[in-house]
Design a protein around this ligand. Structure first.
Ligand code: PFF
Length: 466
């Protein structure tokens, strides 16, 4: 059952790193990270994030990837192999991508729609107040774009690990990096004069982004920032959802895992940092500090207004931005479908092509249903964390806020206290390379991470009342 066919592994370290970075870099980096940085005190958030990514994020990412390579199995069987009593953890982990996949292509579809808007010269329309709402509440357009996105995802997975996932990531990730650097540099050159004569520049905006803002810093607010950074890290690194376990299972035995993990972390954090450098100075120059509290609507409502205010260059910047966002979302979306397909292939001993076709069909239907969650299937549900949401938010809440912290917490206990950190460390050193942050790993996995995940779980389920 375990022997892999040719092409069902990554070709080597670079292919693996780019594919894993492809999964990690997504809307989380482009939209959520800049939004949190603006909300949580600029440089203060950056410092906390950096410390956590090097300790906490590194621990979770290392665990997932090492479990994958050591067991050569997808999540559903990997945890059972570590300890038979933890079969439930594999099953639970299997359901995270199953839920995420229902809505990820819907968001990909929204982004595609915006890219089309900029490429077809409708940029002005996108800047109108009601453009986004009237688009997502239409019963046709979001379905078509969502289906298109899901279809492309299915085709890539159909082509396999090396021929599909690795091949596309090798192209898209470097291009994405170049695009984001270009827009970030452009953002810093902006100077804007308001109607009342106030002049603001991108460089001033950069200062807002980088300078730690300590005003009103109470212990409660500090904890909130810490939790924001933590939840962002494990969403951003795509950990605790079986994805990195699956990708880890495709890594050849001679690849240096420690080095690969560092590179994935650096890539993901760099793109998030550059996204902040691209968005915050531009939004600041055109709207001042208020514009930055836009929250979830930042990407689809505030940015198009900023692009509009830039005049002609804004059409190009908008086009590049949304194209880049397509790349980021597509490489994440394929990792979600891959985790599902890999698990199902293992359960039914079935072949990739058949499973991909069946799951592709299932998720085309699911994508259509969720895309209609703002029109025909509109519901409004109050979630335990106090927010109200539609179908998409419900799926997002169950998978990201509820299941992921729980899975993370149990898996850190499994590694730290049941099989022992040595189980992972041995895999990290199996190539004869030294596992550099070994002691950080041990302390984090045994003591710090389980407690942090427990607090995060309490917060995101609303029990902690923050
Ligand atoms: N890591 C992705 C991001 O930061 O946008 C998000 C993501 C990818 C979440 C894949 C979930 C997932 F299954």
């Amino acid at each position: 059952m375990n022997e892999k066919k040719k092409g069902s592994n990554f070709s080597g370290q670079l292919g693996f790193v780019l594919a894993a970075a492809g999964s990690a870099v997504g809307v989380g980096n482009l939209w959520r990270f800049p939004y949190l940085a603006a909300k949580d005190g600029g440089g203060l958030f950056l410092i906390i994030y950096l410390i956590l990514v090097l300790t906490f994020g590194f621990t979770l990412l290392t665990s997932d990837i090492a479990i994958g390579r050591k067991t050569k199995k997808s999540a559903i069987y990997a945890y059972t192999e570590m300890n038979k009593k933890f079969k439930f953890l594999g099953i639970l982990t299997f359901f995270v991508p199953v839920l995420i996949m229902t809505y990820y292509a819907v968001i990909g579809g929204w982004i595609t729609r915006y890219a089309v808007v900029y490429f077809t010269g409708e940029a002005k329309a996108a800047a109108a107040d009601d453009f986004f709402v009237s688009f997502i509440t239409s019963p046709v357009a979001p379905v078509i774009y969502g289906l298109l996105f899901m279809f492309v995802t299915t085709v890539i997975i159909y082509k396999g690990v090396e021929g599909g996932i690795e091949r596309i990531s090798r192209w898209l990730m470097p291009v994405l990096l170049v695009m984001i650097v270009v827009i970030a540099v452009f953002s810093l050159t902006i100077t804007h004069k308001d109607a009342d004569g106030t002049v603001r520049t991108g460089l001033q905006g950069l200062l807002v982004y980088l300078k730690p803002d300590l005003t009103g810093l109470t212990p409660g607010r500090f904890l909130q920032i810490l939790l924001d950074a933590m939840s962002q890290i494990f969403f951003s690194l795509s950990v605790s959802m079986g994805i990195m376990i699956t990708y880890g299972s495709y890594v050849k035995p001679d690849v240096n895992l420690g080095k690969s993990i560092n590179q994935i972390e650096i890539f993901d954090t760099l793109v998030a940092f550059l996204a902040g450098m691209m968005i915050i100075p531009a939004v600041f120059a055109f709207t001042g500090t208020e514009g930055m509290s836009a929250g979830p609507s930042l990407m689809f409502v505030s940015l198009p207004k900023v692009f509009q205010a830039m005049g002609t260059p804004g059409i190009f910047v908008g086009a590049v931005f949304f194209l880049m966002a397509i790349f980021a979302t597509l490489t994440s979306c394929i990792s979600v479908l891959e985790a599902i397909v890999a698990n199902i292939m293992a359960i039914f001993h079935a072949d990739r092509k058949k499973v991909t076709l069946i799951m592709g069909a299932v998720y085309l239907i699911a994508t259509a249903v969720i895309a209609l969650g703002y029109s025909i299937f509109y519901v409004e549900v109050k979630l335990p964390n106090g927010s109200t949401g539609q179908l998409l938010d419900i799926m997002d809440y169950i998978s990201n806020s509820f299941m992921m912290p729980f899975i993370s917490m149990i898996s850190t206990i499994l590694i730290g206290w049941i099989v022992g950190p040595k189980w992972i460390i041995d895999e990290m050193e199996s190539t004869g390379d030294k596992f550099r942050r070994k002691y950080v790993y041990i302390v984090m996995i045994k003591y710090v991470a389980p407690i942090m995940m427990f607090i995060l779980f309490l917060q995101s389920t609303g029990i902690l009342g923050m």
